[in-house]
Design a protein around this ligand. Structure first.
Ligand SMILES: [Ca+2]
Length: 151
């Protein structure tokens, strides 16, 4: 049986729970809105290049501009970077660039074919396929250092 005080306390907790859930849902929907771009490969300019556009097809931008082939773009979980494979340095390697195409950085360096990059859910590693041991196998490359908080 509820007393008036217990009922008041229960309503107060219910209010705070609803407020908390509202804040969580607001931040979750904002996170999804930051990932409204599509990365894809097209030969529209000659050979395979990586492009991004909005989900409605507007604001198309070409991100790779060299004469090499670029393929299999994969968004980082936070939507700020794109991993991709390219043969621009003489054989297939994995690269990472900002979502606007800036800071293109090679993260593998091996004469074998390295391709099919895929971000880990925490954004710190990239899994990729390589035939460096004679047959195609999966490897993992660290791309962001582990942050230790001792505070
Ligand atoms: Ca390679």
């Amino acid at each position: 049986m509820y007393t008036k005080e217990k009922l008041k306390s229960s309503c107060l907790w219910g209010f705070f729970f609803a407020l908390l859930m509202s804040l969580v849902l607001t931040f979750a929907s904002q996170a999804q809105l930051t990932n409204t771009r599509i990365a894809f490969v097209s030969r529209r300019d000659g050979n395979d290049k990586i492009y991004v556009m909005n989900v409605d097809g507007t604001n198309l931008i070409r991100l790779t501009n060299d004469s090499a082939i670029a393929s299999v773009p994969d968004w980082s979980p936070d939507g700020t970077k794109i991993a991709f494979a390219s043969n621009r340095d003489g054989n297939w390697e994995i690269y990472v660039m900002d979502a606007d195409g800036g800071n293109q950085t090679r993260i593998t360096n091996h004469p074998a074919n390295d391709d099919q990059p895929s971000w880990s859910p925490d954004g710190r590693r990239i899994a990729f396929r390589s035939d460096r041991d004679g047959n195609p196998e999966i490897y993992v490359q660290m791309v962001a250092p582990l942050k230790l908080d001792f505070a």
